[in-house]
Ligand binder design. Structure first.
Ligand code: HEC
Length: 163
């Protein structure tokens, strides 16, 4: 009997832990599982489509860009793209009003400077280094405003240039 009790207790703990993790990630919508389960994600995005803020939509866009850039760099190609991101970051309507303000603008400016440096990189080795600095700028802002997607963002780092 005692053994059974222990088993029940352990699975309860696991369930509680799972609930906590789900609650924590839910608070600031994360796309980390979207690649693993495309079907579920499709249904989920249909349901929440109307609630996606302008800023969240912009985030999806810059996340997709960064993925493309990563692939290009791994293929030895440098990247050209639109350099202006500051205005878009600061003028897009966020889900949560707390996101607006001087601190957010500062983070946006920091991200802008990393993007400009990355796009100005003349050779591939420098571009790879600047690209990883750009990903760090994503993570830094997220540490302040939106923890959920950080594990997904960290997958964008180029392992080769990290050494
Ligand atoms: C200046 C701050 C800032 C920077 C820089 C930033 N983010 Fe975000 N990001 C946010 C905020 C705030 C949200 C929440 C947006 C909302 O819900 O309105 C967010 C949301 C997201 C989301 C979730 C979008 C969704 O589906 O709801 C992803 C993914 C994401 N960011 C990836 C990135 C990536 C990748 C980068 C760098 C290429 C980046 N972010 C740079 C602040 C930032």
């Amino acid at each position: 009997m005692k053994c059974n009790e222990i088993i029940t207790f352990t699975s309860m703990k696991t369930r509680i832990l799972l609930c906590l993790i789900i609650a924590a990630t839910w608070a600031c919508s994360s796309t980390s599982e979207s690649e693993a389960e495309p079907e579920t994600e499709d249904k989920k995005s249909e349901m929440v489509m109307a609630e996606v803020s302008e800023l969240a939509a912009l985030m999806k866009e810059i996340h997709a860009d960064a993925k493309d850039w990563r692939t290009a760099l791994l293929n030895g190609e440098t990247v050209t793209a639109d350099t202006d991101i500051y205005t878009r970051l600061t003028e897009s309507e966020p889900t949560n009003k707390n996101v607006e303000g001087p601190a957010f603008n500062g983070m946006s400016q920091h991200y802008q400077s990393k993007l400009s440096a990355f796009l100005a990189a003349s050779d591939i080795e420098l571009a790879k280094k600047e690209y990883n600095n750009l990903v760090s700028a994503c993570v830094q802002c997220h540490q302040n405003y939106c923890h959920g997607p950080i594990p997904t963002i960290e997958k964008l780092y180029l392992p080769t240039a990290q050494k």
